[in-house]
Every structure is written in structure tokens, then in C-alpha cells.
Design a protein around this ligand. Structure first.
Ligand code: FAD
Length: 480
């Protein structure tokens, strides 16, 4: 009976363990997770002062996250997510009071947002005319053409394509920052091109925004641990993998729960931890070379801000908005519109959350500095309803995502490059072609599982044993 140990109970490890257990009933699968709950970076924790469960940061998903949705559906977790039934991306500007919405219209892709873009007040006609040409280039770029520009930063690439400074700051730059967690000045042109092609220009449904209806850990842990148990996975929480055992390939894991022997291992850890585990004197040279590559990837930080107001500040129909020209308060999300009523800790008030992407330069800021910025933006936009937050929390995650910088593709290795050593890799940092996202994590786990079970799978197609991803107006999924 082949025995597999999966190390790491984030989305990548969960996907790998579940897919292997589902596919080959004779497999014995053990999933080791160092923490007491599954979910990894998709996590929330109780704030000791207020007693309120707070997400590490706002997590958004998009309809294009097809493998992620398949895994959520496999666990029966449909109720945990709400998805827009039509792409709708609101923008607002403090001071001027101007607002706008980018939405999909009647035109065929890549011009489906064309009508709303034409009326978009934050760009001039000159900006928009210049954008048309690049939209076409990005929509038709082949995978090979994208790979070729990985060593270029996206700003320089856009400048070469005649893009104006304003469109770089207010349009291209915002999407790169939010989706790649990397500033446009240093972001890989390849991953940026991928983002625009897959997310915005090729499929009018792709960018429908989704949010969680409960706290992150509650959205992931309970449903997924149940389905893993049902599938026969031996989930060992609060169990840390300390070292890999090498004997004719990777033949076991030393863990805080004792030594485990196995036929294959999937290491589904963030890159610095994967590198640490792989880098040992006993490991074959090829394995150490992979560890060396992974250790060269950098991280970028994310900061999550939670403000709980005693009375509503944002209008009832406000779901979220992008804040034009704002470096810190880049977006506002109205948690009241997301969370199921039983998950809202304030009866008559409002919970606003703010994700701060590529937040490295704000890591030293004090809570008062964030509160001052938050007050300037929110009070400045909604002066009549403004009231001071009764709870204001800032959560900083230093190692949030790998830095999707120019040239980073070189350090992202394939999930199955070490399969001859009975070792497979997963994690959003591995080579999925996606940035560090929930979708990238699930894809990586499935790719590792397919490699381990020695079958071909194209990640652009559904994982056959799992329910299909949501289509617009699908009754099984809630709309937002
Ligand atoms: C603050 C923040 C906001 C984000 N926002 C978004 C978003 O809006 N949309 C989006 O798509 N993505 C977002 N991401 C990225 C996304 O969460 C990650 O890309 C994804 O969850 C990574 O999953 P993973 O399984 O690869 O790694 P992880 O989630 O890091 O999982 C690794 C697991 O391994 C465990 N572990 C570590 N060491 C050991 C060991 N020695 N033994 C056993 N277990 C171990 C860890 O506890 C963890 O559970 C965000 C990330 C952060 C941090």
C-alpha cells in the first residue's frame, strides 16, 4: 500500500492530500500541519482584547479561481463564499468625491469593459486611446511571449508600449499591486501580462469578485477537515515536520509526533520553509539545488486593517471600492455586506476592512499612523456619517506572498522535478504560472498529486473527481 506524507495543511497541502486520497483509494495519506487548524495563510484568529475573530487580511477570490472553487465545492463549502453575478469594480477618490465603476458590458472580449472605461473619469481620452493598443497585445499574447518578458518590470514594458503615467498609476498599477502584491516598478512583466489576460481581458466572467461569508479559518478548517477525514486522510494537527529521511530517495519524515516511513512525500510549505527542509547533507544534490533556487525567492508583506464602527459610515449598498491615488488605504471593504449575520460582532455598527498590498514600507508604522490615514480617507469621503471606530486593529504579515518581481520565474520550480527522489513540491510559490494566490496554491497541490500518481493533467481543465467550478447564476453558489 503506497503511503504518502503531505507536509503543510495550507490550501496546497490540503488539495494534494485530498486529491491523492480521492483518486487512489488504496493510498494511505497522512497530512501534517504544524498549527492547530488547517488553512495556512488563509487564516483568522481571536483578538485577545476585543474577543473578535479577525482575518489576517481581507482575502478576495475571483470566478477565474476555478480549481480553488472546485476544492471548496468538493468539501461542500459553497455557503462560505459569495460571488458577484457580474463584474463590478467601483472606484472612488477622496477629496474630489468622484466615483466610477468598471463593469463588463455587451462588447466582446477584450473590449467588454470598454463602455465603462470610456466613461471612467480618472483617465483622460489620451490615456484611454493609448490603452486600447496594449489591451489587444495582452489579450493575444502567447504563453511563450509572456515567458520571454519575465525579466522585465511591467512599468518599463508599459512605457515602451506608449502607456501614459496616469494610466500606469491609476489602472495598470492598481491591479498589479492588488493581485501580485508587488509594485508595478518591480513586478514581473510576464506575471502582470498573465493577470490582465486571464483576469480582465479574455473572459468577461473571470473577474467577478468573491468574498468569504465567515471568518477565514472557519471558512476553511471545518469543512475541509471533515472531507479529508471522510476521504481517509490521517490529518495530524499541531504536528511539525522536522526533517526528511533519505534512503533510496525520500523514505520518511521525522516529525514532532515521531518518525513516519512512507513511499513518497509532498512538501507543501512556503518557499523559505521548503528550502530549509530540503537543504540537508543527506539530501541528493538535485534536491539541494532546488532548495538553493527556492531560497532565492523574496517575500512581500501584506497588512490587514479592521475598523469596527459603532454606527454605519458607508452607505448600505457599499460593498467595496478601490481608492484612487491612495498609497495606504488602497481599498475599502464593507464586511457587513460579506459576513453572514451570525458572524457580525456589532449589532448596529459597521465593520470596514482594508487590505494594504506590498506593504513592506509600512511595516514600521504604528497603529496611530494607520488610524490617521484611515480617518483622512474615510472621514474625508463620508463626512456626514463618520464616527470613530470602537475597535481598530492592524495585522502585519511580513512573509505574505512571494515577491512577483522581474526574473522571479527562475526560482519557481515545477512540482514534480524531484519525483525520481519520491519527493513532490506544492505551494503557491511553485511553478504554476499564477501569482501567490489561493488558486495558485490549489493548482500546485493538484499538479503535485497528478505527478505523484503518475498521470497527465492539464490544470486548465477541471479536476475530474471534484464538482465543476461555479458558472454565473449557478444556484449552488451565493451571489454578492
Ligand atoms: C495577509 C494575506 C492576504 C492574502 N490575500 C489573498 C487574496 O486576497 N487572494 C488570494 O488569492 N490570495 C491571497 N493571499 C495569498 C494566499 O493566502 C496564499 O498564496 C496561499 O494561501 C498559500 O497557500 P500554501 O498552501 O501554498 O501555503 P500556506 O498557506 O503557507 O500553507 C503552509 C502550511 O504549512 C504549515 N507548516 C509550516 N511549517 C510546517 C512544518 N514544518 N510541518 C508541518 N506544517 C508546517 C503552515 O502552518 C501552513 O499551514 C494572501 C496571503 C496573505 C498572507
Amino acid at each position: 500500500m503506497p503511503k504518502v506524507v503531505v507536509i503543510g495543511g495550507g490550501l496546497a497541502g490540503i488539495a494534494a492530500a485530498l486529491a491523492i486520497a480521492d483518486e487512489a483509494e488504496s493510498n494511505e495519506v497522512i497530512l501534517l500541519e504544524a498549527r492547530s487548524r488547517l488553512g495556512g495563510r488563509v487564516s483568522s484568529a481571536k483578538d485577545p482584547k476585543s474577543g473578535i475573530e479577525l482575518d489576517n487580511c481581507q482575502h478576495a477570490c475571483f470566478r477565474v479561481y476555478e480549481r480553488f472553487f472546485q476544492m471548496i465545492a468538493r468539501a461542500g463549502g459553497h455557503h462560505n463564499i459569495k460571488l458577484q453575478s457580474r463584474t463590478n469594480l467601483p472606484f472612488m477618490q477622496v477629496g474630489s468625491g468622484r466615483t466610477a465603476i468598471l463593469r463588463d458590458g455587451r462588447l466582446a472580449p477584450p473590449n467588454h469593459m470598454g463602455a465603462s472605461l470610456l466613461n471612467f473619469p480618472f483617465l483622460s481620452l489620451k490615456d484611454k486611446i493609448a490603452m486600447r493598443k496594449v489591451v489587444k497585445v495582452l489579450a493575444t499574447m502567447s504563453e511563450a511571449e509572456m515567458a520571454e518578458i519575465d525579466t522585465q518590470d511591467f512599468r518599463s514594458w508599459l512605457v515602451k508600449k506608449g502607456q501614459t503615467e496616469r494610466s500606469i498609476e491609476r489602472f495598470w498599477g492598481f491591479f498589479v499591486l492588488a493581485a501580485l502584491n508587488t509594485n508595478i516598478d518591480e513586478a514581473s512583466a510576464s506575471l502582470s501580462a498573465f493577470l490582465f489576460q486571464r483576469g480582465l481581458f479574455n473572459d468577461p466572467h473571470a473577474f467577478d469578485v468573491g468574498v468569504f461569508t465567515s471568518h477565514l479559518s472557519d471558512s476553511i478548517h471545518p469543512d475541509l477537515i471533515d472531507v479529508l477525514h471522510e476521504a481517509g486522510v490521517d490529518v495530524r494537527l499541531s504536528t511539525t515536520a522536522k526533517a526528511l529521511v533519505w534512503e533510496d530517495g525520500c523514505s520518511g519524515v521525522e516529525s514532532s509526533d515521531g518518525n513516519l516511513t512512507c513511499d513518497a512525500v509532498v512538501v507543501a510549505l512556503p518557499h523559505h520553509l521548503a528550502a530549509r527542509l530540503l537543504m540537508s547533507d543527506e539530501a541528493p544534490e538535485e534536491v539541494r539545488n532546488v532548495a538553493e533556487l527556492a531560497s532565492q525567492l523574496e517575500y512581500r508583506s501584506l497588512i490587514g486593517i479592521h475598523a469596527l464602527h459603532p454606527k454605519p459610515v458607508l452607505p448600505d449598498d457599499f460593498k467595496f471600492s478601490i481608492c484612487v491615488d491612495e498609497e495606504v488605504i488602497q481599498m475599502l471593504f464593507n464586511k457587513n455586506s460579506e459576513l453572514d449575520a451570525e458572524n457580525l460582532p456589532i449589532e448596529n455598527g459597521q465593520w470596514i476592512s482594508v487590505p494594504v498590498s506590498a506593504a513592506d514600507k509600512f511595516l514600521d508604522w504604528k497603529d496611530e499612523d494607520f488610524l490617521a490615514e484611515y480617518t483622512r480617507v474615510v472621514k474625508g469621503t463620508f463626512p456626514e456619517t463618520w464616527n470613530k471606530p470602537q475597535t481598530f486593529k492592524v495585522i502585519k504579515t511580513r512573509k505574505a506572498t512571494f515577491a512577483a518581481t522581474a526574473g522571479s520565474a527562475e526560482f519557481r520550480v515545477g512540482q514534480n522535478v524531484l519525483s525520481q527522489h519520491h519527493l513532490h513540491l506544492a505551494g503557491s510559490w511553485t511553478d504554476t504560472g499564477w501569482p501567490s494566490t489561493m488558486e495558485g496554491a490549489v493548482r500546485s497541490g493538484l499538479l503535485a498529486a497528478a505527478g505523484l500518481m503518475d498521470f497527465e493533467w492539464d490544470p486548465e481543465t477541471d479536476w475530474k473527481r471534484w464538482p465543476r467550478p461555479p458558472q454565473r447564476l449557478d444556484d449552488d453558489w451565493n451571489t454578492w
